[in-house]
Design a protein around this ligand. Structure first.
Ligand code: SME
Length: 157
């Protein structure tokens, strides 16, 4: 596997196109889930500098904090609660341009202004979610959805 990351400047799409083969290389030949989630979160944080990037894992009837990069965060989220629990319940990616306008948003940090949550679905079941927070409002859009969904599809659960 590659052990260093080349970070580039460019459009959001150019950044993803540079990053995705590098994430593939990081995941190649490694089957440990924690290692792969940790490196995926780190690679996203390093390229984009987002405020918070990490995974919550489905454990019975709640999400439990997994590997992440950023400030400490709430450890458990129930299904249907917050953006993460809603993405799990609805089994779809949620883009929240203004977290304060999202009913039930769980504020792990008041600095987070917008958010995207991508569910990881395996054999028809949500097994985890990828959560990304930005300090800037309205920071995520369809390009992020497309490429973050591709990135989570690369991880073997
Ligand atoms: N804001 C999330 C909680 C997780 S933290 O942002 C890291 C939510 O509403 O589900």
């Amino acid at each position: 596997m590659a052990e260093d990351l080349t970070v580039i400047a460019g459009s959001r799409q150019e950044q993803y196109l540079s990053l995705i083969p590098q994430i593939r290389a990081l995941l190649e030949g490694e089957e440990d889930l924690v290692a792969n989630l940790a490196n995926t979160a780190a690679a996203l944080k390093e390229q984009f500098g987002w405020f918070w990037v990490g995974f919550y894992l489905v454990r019975r009837d709640e999400l439990v904090l997994g590997p992440f990069q950023g400030p400490v965060a709430c450890t458990r989220i129930r299904k249907g609660r917050g953006v993460c629990g809603s993405s799990w319940a609805q089994e779809k990616t949620l883009i929240v341009p203004d977290v304060e306008a999202f009913p039930g948003h769980i504020a792990c940090s008041s600095l987070s202004k917008s958010e995207i949550v991508v569910p990881v679905i395996r054999h028809g079941e949500v097994v985890a979610v990828l959560d990304v927070d930005s300090e800037m409002p309205d920071h995520f859009g369809p390009t992020d959805q497309q490429y973050l969904e591709e990135i989570v599809s690369l991880i073997t659960f």
